[in-house]
Each structure stands twice: as C-alpha cells, then as structure tokens.
Ligand binder design. Structure first.
Ligand SMILES: [Zn+2]
Length: 338
C-alpha cells in the first residue's frame, strides 16, 4: 500500500510502505475511511522538530475494523470506529481519572496517513458507532479523532462555564474547534482572535460573538476593552508559541483558567510572575478518549459540524500538496482520501 513518509524538512512523500498487521493480541487493523494532516505535523515538516529517520506520518483516523487480535473484546470486524491519536488502555489509574493521554501504557498513533492502520490497545482506544455512518459525516467523525477532541479539551481545561467570557487564541483548526466547544458548553461570549477572513467567518459560524484581529499588546488591550478592563474567565491557547502563551496569560482575568493545547515551542514561564498573576494553567496532549463517546454522539445526531474545518480535500497521493497548503495557510486543514 501507499502511505505518507516524511524524509526531512518539507519532504513528505506518498510511497510504498508495508501493510500493517496484528503484532499483539490487543491490536486492531482499521481500514481508514479518510485521514488528514494535523497542525502538529507541520512542526517536523518545517524542520522545527528534528527527525533522524524517515517517519510514517498521520495520527488522525476513523474507519472500519478489518481485523482484531485475539484479546480484543469491545470492537469487531465490520464496525465503524474512531480512535484517539493517543493510544490508551482506558483502565489504568490515569485513564480512570479521565487523562487517557497520560495512560501508563500510552503510545502515540503513527502511520495513519495510509489506507490501513494498526491501532494498539484497541479495546481502550477505539469507540464504535452503532451503525456505519453516512458518507457526509466522515469528515466530522475524523475530526473527533484529534482536532475536535483537542479543541474540546482546551475548553474543558479552561473550565468554560455557561454565560462565561471565553477568549480563543489561535485560528487554526484546533482554535476553531475550541470556539465550537465553548459554544456547546454555553459560554456567553466567545472572542476569537484571528486575522484571516475565512477563519473569522468560520469562527463566527461556530459560535464566536466577537473577532479580535489585533495581536500581541494591541490584542490584549482590545480584549481588556471588550471586557470592561477585566479580562476573560477562560482562555483557550491553541498555538504553542511564546507570543501566543503570553497573549493568553494577559487576556485572562485573575482566577481564570487557561487551557493550552498548542504543543509549546520555546515557551518559558516565570514562577514569580505566574504566582502574582493568579491564573491557572492546564494543558497537554488532549485526553480525546474521555470525550469521544459524547462527541461522536453529537456528530451522529448532526448537532455539530466539525468536518467543515476541512477546507481542502486531496487524494493521499497528493499528500505533499496537503502539507504545503497548510504550511502557507492556503488551507485550514487538509482531508486526505485514501
Ligand atoms: Zn491507561
């Protein structure tokens, strides 16, 4: 089969790779209905994460179970499933506490930009739907695997409450999903920070009440102005740079929580500053598995449409173009047909 392999900076290729097979009794093989490119795939693509060997790309997936290992009990061949990008057993103390992305047996999914993927710990990782979903719902189920679950976690970690004021820093796919999540959690005001017209429009469609196009100090000043000098009750930091984290901290009111889900690159925090700022931070790889059953239900009932975040669809063979389009922000998120 053909799969996406990253060979070095800006060199991703669709090339012949071995078909995955069951390696452990707890594995499942899934025939993917679609796959996609993640914002976090851009870090190694841009050469900002060093890679020492060719790397099989892709960690977002949904599809039909093709084969299961002898110990798998909760899913069976023929079922449509969605799994998290974090592999978890869903039984250890961290999983039971709702932090499956810190599972004692955690692994990160790889090799999902391909027609078939091996999912370890299938019982703990995969969630099946009662029936095979309609084709037009596939992008939304695929979104649940990472980008929606991550945006949702940002809102959950920032403790978004009904009627509260929320600021979303970052207008990438995760930030847009954070807006959707805050809306579902019934925030009263959702301020999206974005400078790009198409992303502003989608943010408004997902429930943003205000758009702030300024950045840095000017952006913070604008948020203060919009909140009578107080700041936001919850801030979703969906970028991961020093600038975005600083902006998130400064937009938050004392006592606020910041959910940070952008993988930090060069972010350093000062202990004393944090102490006097009195803002809470909760972040990390999203425990998507905790939210999956609920998110999949919302998708199945067509109460949310996270799949709209995919504004470019390409065949897997054109994976390199999919990365390039996201790299230069021609596309918000690329869906790959397999
Ligand atoms: Zn676990």
């Amino acid at each position: 089969m053909k799969g996406a392999i990253l060979h070095g900076p800006r060199d991703v290729r669709c090339e012949e790779v071995p078909e995955p097979r069951i390696l452990k009794p707890t594995d499942a093989i899934v025939r993917l209905s679609a796959t996609c490119v993640c914002g976090s795939d851009l870090w190694p693509f841009r050469g900002l994460n060093e890679i020492s060997a060719p790397m099989a790309m892709g960690h977002e997936y949904c599809g039909v179970v093709e084969e299961i290992g002898s110990a798998v009990k909760t899913v069976r061949p023929g079922q449509f499933v969605v799994g998290s990008f974090c592999i978890s057993d869903n039984t250890c103390p961290h999983c039971r506490f709702g932090f499956q992305s810190s599972c004692e047996q955690r692994e990160f999914m790889t090799g999902a930009q391909a027609p078939l993927a091996r999912v370890p710990l299938a019982d703990g990782t995969l969630v099946a739907t009662p029936k095979i979903p309609a084709d037009d719902l596939i992008p939304s189920f695929l979104a649940a695997s990472d980008v929606l679950g991550t945006g949702w976690y940002a809102a959950d970690a920032a403790r978004v409450q009904p009627d509260s004021t929320v600021v979303v820093v970052g207008d990438g796919a995760v930030g847009l999903m954070g807006v959707l999540a805050a809306k579902q959690m019934r925030a009263g005001r959702i301020i999206a920070m974005s400078r790009h017209k198409t992303r502003q429009d989608l943010a408004l469609e997902y429930g943003a009440t205000d758009i702030v196009s300024e950045r840095g100090e000017a952006g913070v000043a604008r948020i203060k102005q919009l909140t009578n000098g107080v700041g936001a009750d919850s801030v979703l930091e969906c970028v991961g740079t020093k600038e975005s984290m600083t902006q998130a901290l400064q937009c938050a009111r004392p006592g606020a929580m910041i959910g940070f889900v952008g993988v930090p690159h060069g972010v350093e925090l000062d202990g004393a500053e944090l102490f006097y700022a009195q803002r809470g931070l909760m972040g990390g790889p999203a425990p998507v598995r905790r939210f999956l059953p609920h998110l999949m239900e919302l998708v199945a009932e067509r109460k949310i449409n996270p799949g709209k975040v995919f504004d470019l669809t390409l065949p897997l063979a054109d994976v390199a173009e999919g990365y390039r389009a996201m790299d230069v922000r021609r596309a918000i998120k690329t869906l790959l047909r397999v």
